[in-house]
Design a protein around this ligand. Structure first.
Ligand SMILES: [Zn+2]
Length: 452
C-alpha cells in the first residue's frame, strides 16, 4: 500500500466510533419499503456535508416499463397486501398496472432516489457506489429482543432492522468517501453515490436510475457480501414467481367412483402430480450443481372433507443460477421450463383439463462478463492489501440491484459490502461491527485506486 492508502486505513481506525455512530443514527431512521423518504433526506444531508452535489429524484415507472418491459416491476410497499399484488397471464404491463386498483403502486411519489456526485479533477475513471435504503418490515415485534430501531450495540454487533441489509453497506460507502474527503485525497475520476428505494421485492429504484441514464465506468453495490470482509459477489441468481391453478370435479365423497372409474376428481390429488413434476425438474437440473431452488410456497384447495376439491392453487418461486441464463433470456428459459413441467404430465385428467400457470414477478440473473473483470480484480487486491486475507468470490442466490447496472445499464458491477447476508430480513437482525469497519477500509482503498 502506498502512503495515502496507509493513511486511509489509519483514519478509519481512528474514527471508528464516529462511523459506528453514523450507522446507528441511520438504523434509527425507519425506512421500510414504501416509506423511504426520511432516511433518504438523512443521507442527503450527510453527503452534502462531504461536498457532494445532491439530487432527490423519483424513479419514472412509465419510462422503466417502456425501456425495460421484461424486468420492470410494479412498485411495492412492504406491508401486507401491497407486496406483489398483481397476477397476470404473463408479464404484466404498465397499462395493466394503471388499470389496477392499487393507486399507491402506480408511481414512486414521495419515494425519491438519492444521487450524489463528487466531481474528480478529470482524466480518471468514474465509479458508482450504490445501496438500497429500504428495509423489509419488522414482522412480529414481540419476537425481537431489542428495539428494531434502537441500534443497540452488544458484543460487537449492532442490532436493528436494516442493520445488515443494508444500512451497514450504505453507511460503509458514505464513511469510505468521508475518509477520502477528510484527508483531502485528490481523485481524477467522478464518484457517484446513490441510495435507492424499493430494492426489496421490485428493484424499481435502481432500475429508475439506470433508465434515467446515470452511468459510470464501473459500479459497486454495497450489499452484505459475506462475513469477514473478504467476500465479493460477481453475480446474482434470478427468480421467477409462479402460480399453478388446477381444476377438479367436485362431487360428494360417496359418488367418487362410478362404473369402476373415478368420477369425483379432487384438484388436490392432481396438484400432487404437478408438484411432483416441478420437483423432478429441479432435481434433474441440480445433478452436478445447484442450478435451481424451487420453493413450493403455498397450497390452497378444497371446501369440505366430504367433497372432492373443485380447485387447487399452488404457488411459489424458482430461484435460478446465472448458469441458466442472465438477463431476460434466463427468465424466458426458466418460465418455459416451469410451464413444460406443469403442463406436460402423463395423466388423462390433466391432459383434458390442463392446469393454468401464471407468472407474477421475476428478477433477472446477472454475471460479471469475463472481459470486464477490472473492478473485481482491483477489489480483490484491496482485500489482500488491507486485510491480509485471500478474497472469496461467489454469487448471491437471490436477486439484487446489481443486475440492473449489469444487464440493463451495461456497467461492470460487483457486490462488495459488509456483513453476513444470512442475518438479512431476520428477527434481531444485526451487523458485526468488525465486518463494518473492514468494509469501510477496503472500500476507501478501492475507490482511491479506481478513481485516482
Ligand atoms: Zn439488500
Amino acid at each position: 500500500m502506498d502512503k495515502i492508502e496507509q493513511q486511509l486505513v489509519q483514519y478509519v481506525d481512528e474514527h471508528k466510533d464516529d462511523f459506528i455512530k453514523f450507522l446507528g443514527d441511520l438504523v434509527k431512521v425507519p425506512s421500510i419499503t414504501g416509506y423511504e423518504k426520511k432516511a433518504q433526506e438523512f443521507v442527503r444531508d450527510k453527503i452534502a456535508g462531504l461536498g457532494f452535489e445532491t439530487e432527490l429524484k423519483e424513479a419514472d415507472v412509465k419510462k422503466m416499463f417502456e425501456m425495460f418491459p421484461e424486468v420492470a416491476q410494479v412498485p411495492s410497499i412492504g406491508e401486507e397486501g401491497l407486496d406483489m399484488p398483481l397476477m397476470t397471464e404473463d408479464k404484466f404491463t404498465y397499462e395493466q398496472l394503471m388499470a389496477s386498483p392499487f393507486d399507491r403502486l402506480k408511481s414512486y411519489k414521495d419515494r425519491p432516489n438519492l444521487i450524489g456526485r463528487l466531481k474528480g479533477k478529470g482524466g480518471g475513471k468514474s465509479l458508482i457506489l450504490n445501496g438500497h435504503i429500504d428495509t423489509v418490515p419488522i414482522g412480529d415485534e414481540s419476537k425481537w429482543h431489542v428495539d428494531p430501531f434502537g441500534a443497540e450495540i452488544k458484543d460487537g454487533k449492532l442490532y436493528g432492522r436494516g442493520a445488515v441489509d443494508m444500512k451497514g453497506g450504505v453507511a460503509a460507502m458514505v464513511s469510505a468517501v468521508e475518509t477520502l474527503t477528510a484527508l483531502k485525497v485528490p481523485l481524477s475520476g467522478d464518484l457517484m453515490l446513490q441510495t435507492v428505494v424499493n430494492e426489496e421485492h421490485a428493484g424499481g429504484g435502481a432500475l429508475g436510475i439506470v433508465a434515467d441514464g446515470y452511468t459510470a465506468d464501473a459500479a459497486i453495490v454495497t450489499e452484505p457480501a459475506g462475513p469477514g470482509g473478504n467476500v465479493i459477489l460477481d453475480g446474482n441468481g434470478g427468480g421467477v414467481y409462479w402460480e399453478v391453478r388446477i381444476k377438479g370435479h367436485e362431487t360428494h365423497a360417496g359418488s367418487r367412483w362410478q362404473n369402476n372409474k373415478p368420477f369425483g376428481i379432487s384438484a388436490i390429488e392432481k396438484a400432487a402430480l404437478v408438484v411432483d413434476s416441478l420437483i423432478s425438474l429441479e432435481k434433474g437440473l441440480n445433478k452436478d450443481k445447484t442450478m435451481m431452488s424451487l420453493c413450493i410456497g403455498t397450497i390452497k384447495g378444497g371446501t369440505y372433507a366430504t367433497a372432492t376439491a373443485a380447485e387447487c392453487v399452488i404457488n411459489g418461486v424458482a430461484y435460478f443460477s446465472p448458469g441458466l441464463g442472465t438477463g431476460k433470456e434466463g427468465i424466458m428459459r426458466v418460465k418455459k421450463m416451469l410451464k413444460d413441467a406443469a403442463l406436460n404430465i402423463d395423466d388423462e385428467w390433466l391432459k383434458a383439463n390442463p392446469p393454468v400457470i401464471k407468472f407474477q414477478h421475476y428478477d433477472d440473473a446477472y454475471m460479471l462478463p469475463s472481459d470486464k473483470q477490472e473492478i473485481k480484480t482491483l477489489t480483490e487486491d484491496a482485500i489482500r492489501d488491507v486485510l491480509g486475507k485471500e478474497p472469496v468470490i461467489t454469487q448471491l442466490g437471490g436477486g439484487c440491484d446489481a443486475r440492473h447496472f449489469g444487464n440493463q445499464g451495461g456497467i461492470p458491477v460487483i457486490v462488495y459490502g459488509p456483513g453476513d447476508i444470512k442475518m438479512a430480513h431476520s428477527t434481531d437482525e444485526y451487523i458485526s461491527l468488525d465486518d463494518y469497519i473492514k468494509g469501510i477500509k477496503v472500500l476507501a482503498v478501492t475507490i482511491y485506486r479506481w478513481c485516482k
